[in-house]
Design a protein around this ligand. Structure first.
Ligand code: GUN
Length: 283
């Protein structure tokens, strides 16, 4: 019997914890603050940034959605980030990706104060994660959200064989580090990999972040494996993942649906990490 991983349920529980932490901080006169920066009008980015800003506001945080037109200059974006870096009412800064082509993404991400880098994309935070440094620093919200899901459904990750399909800096690479840091054995593959089935079939945990609808079928999955689908693809106005859910659920032990699996965890983790940054700023 397959078990469907309920991302909404785990995200709801995390959101309750986070809201309680916001309330505790407010009792001490501290208001967590987040600024979400949207550049241009990419429909997915418009939707995601609105959800992020509204969720933070609903939790009682100081929450700002800062919008720039598609043709904003690099200097204008950098100046705004500098302003928020220096603004004591702002604990977390997020620049929604992807950016319009004329902008320098690396320079923009690096301009965010590492202590306010709520996405954990800044190279100093990426380096700390890579080196498994102890202490407080933010990491990719989707990757941390996947770890929260795995911990909710699996007893331990130590010794598990994990295959990640995808190499993105947003999800796959930080997830690789998080898993290695918990003593899992991680194999990174991509659509360029020869004989990809060899790697998928050996995985106790298969994470698919390839951006290709219905890429993975049941013949490619080890019976009883945990399958985490990070894909969000729109087909005829329907959302589908990178995994053929109806097919793979016949062999998987646990599987995330799309929507309702990884998706809700990204925003819940963003809220969690905004409060983390606020608390860490007081230490
Ligand atoms: N675009 C897609 N996912 C993300 C994310 O987690 N953070 C940001 N900033 N942009 C994204």
């Amino acid at each position: 019997m397959v078990n469907i991983i309920d991302g909404h349920n785990i995200a709801d529980k995390l959101n309750i914890e986070t809201k309680n932490r916001v309330d505790e901080l407010k009792k001490k006169g501290i208001l967590p603050g987040i600024v979400v920066i949207l550049i241009g009008e990419n429909p997915a980015s418009v939707l995601y940034t609105r959800m992020k800003q509204q969720t933070a506001a609903k939790m009682g945080m100081h929450s700002v959605l800062k919008k720039f037109p598609e043709d904003v200059s690099q200097d204008e974006v950098l100046a705004a980030i500098q302003e928020y870096n220096e603004d004591p009412t702002v604990n977390a800064i997020l620049v929604q990706l992807p950016l319009p082509k004329h902008l320098n993404q690396t320079e923009i991400i690096e301009a965010i104060d590492p202590k306010k880098d709520v996405d954990g994309f800044n190279s100093s935070n990426v380096g700390k994660l890579y080196n498994n440094e102890k202490g407080n620093y933010p990491v990719s919200c989707t990757s941390r959200g996947i770890m929260t899901l795995l911990h909710a459904y699996l007893d331990q990750l130590e010794g598990k064989n994990v295959t990640i399909i995808g190499r993105s800096i947003l999800v796959s690479r930080p997830l690789q580090s998080l898993l290695i840091n918990e003593n899992a054995t991680v194999t990174m593959v991509s659509l360029h990999t020869d004989n990809i089935d060899y790697y998928t079939k050996h995985a106790d945990i298969l994470v698919v972040a390839a951006g290709k609808p219905n890429l993975i079928k049941k013949e490619q999955v080890k019976p009883g494996a945990t399958v985490i689908d990070v894909g969000i693809n729109k087909i005829n106005k329907h959302l589908v993942g990178d995994v053929d859910f109806d097919d793979v659920k016949e062999v998987a032990g646990f599987i995330t649906p799309v929507p309702g699996g990884v998706g809700p965890m990204t925003i819940a983790t963003l809220m969690q990490q905004t409060v983390d940054l606020t608390e860490w700023s007081l230490i």
